[in-house]
Write a protein that binds this ligand. Structure first.
Ligand code: GLU
Length: 303
């Protein structure tokens, strides 16, 4: 077995804007974690929602990662080129009777959730689970959530038991407008690229149970020897804007300045509570940071 067969990590940005400090933190964390394990680190461009993504952002992300010494192995995975693979995965789930067509409109789902406080998760009420109402047409394809809670462990946040029936309900795999939903494409790609470790921002923590459920569903029926266990997860604290909002294009997050990488790396580092590293080049900075990250990893382990 090659050294990196034990650890394959990835950074999977959505190119809806230039790389900002929040995404640099996820990139750096996942990169160093792969380096600590002498693993492989992959780059995947999550441009599946073509209306929100643009080529200039892809270019900025790729260029900025390189400027910061964050070099990935093998080809860049590009989701917009993988429609046929997602279609095949959907077919697999359909053949296992784990999906169903749904006619519900957003308004109908909102009405079913009208008793919930604003900001609370909206749960799909299961209206079409056993068949669409007569004379209605399918708008989306949903996943049948497992009856049992999804159990999973986060390196920093500890143990979770998430009952999807009460936290999201059956969720969408393919939207009414033909777009793939985020959960399906993430899981199909993580599985196809044999990702073993996911290190990403904690804003994605509550997507994990849905992704694990899909991971297991895609492999249900596989012989024990062919079953790939879900990846290990580590959700990092996210860098927030001064007003406490998540950094994003929508909150006006600034692009990481490209000309001087070491101060950017130190800014992210300090956000993790780690001391400044003196280095003249990004490559030297990353070498010095690697043993520090190994200690940080141990210190962050949930007890
Ligand atoms: N594309 C997602 C984002 O940029 C991240 C997906 C993931 O790391 O699982 O928020």
């Amino acid at each position: 077995m090659s050294a990196h067969a034990n650890y394959i990590g990835r950074f999977a940005p959505s190119p809806t804007g230039p790389l900002h400090l929040g995404s640099l933190a996820a990139a750096l964390g996942s990169f160093l974690d792969a380096k600590v394990h002498q693993g492989q680190w992959l780059l995947r461009i999550e441009d599946i929602d073509e209306g929100r993504c643009d080529a200039a952002s892809v270019e900025h992300i790729v260029h900025t990662l390189k400027r910061h010494g964050l070099q990935w192995q093998s080809e860049v995975w590009v989701q917009s080129q993988r429609h046929a693979v997602y279609q095949a995965a959907l077919k697999q789930l359909q053949d296992k009777n784990l999906t169903y067509p749904c006619a519900c409109t957003r308004k109908e789902i909102d009405e079913a959730n009208s008793h919930r406080a604003p900001g609370e998760n909206r749960i799909y009420p299961g209206t079409c689970r056993h068949g669409m109402p007569v004379a209605r047409e399918a708008r989306a394809i949903r996943f049948r959530c497992p009856a049992e809670p999804v159990q999973w462990h986060d390196h920093r946040l500890g143990q979770f038991s998430d009952d999807l029936n009460t936290s999201s309900g059956d969720f969408v795999l393919k939207r009414g407008d033909g777009f793939w939903a985020y959960h399906l494409v993430v899981v199909v790609d993580d599985l196809a690229s044999q990702v073993t470790h996911i290190v990403r921002g904690e804003d994605l923590t509550d997507t994990t149970a849905r992704q694990i459920a899909l991971w297991q569903a895609l492999q249900s029926g596989a012989h024990e020897n062919h079953f790939t266990p879900p990846p290990a997860y580590w959700h990092l604290p996210v860098i927030l804007a001064a007003d406490g909002q998540k950094l994003s294009k929508q909150t006006g997050a600034l692009a990481v300045p490209e000309h001087d990488p070491v101060p950017n790396l130190n800014t992210v580092w300090q956000h993790f509570g780690l001391g400044k590293i003196k280095a003249t080049a990004a490559s030297q900075w990353l070498e010095l940071a690697t043993p520090v990250w190994a200690n940080y990893r141990s210190a962050q382990a949930a007890r």
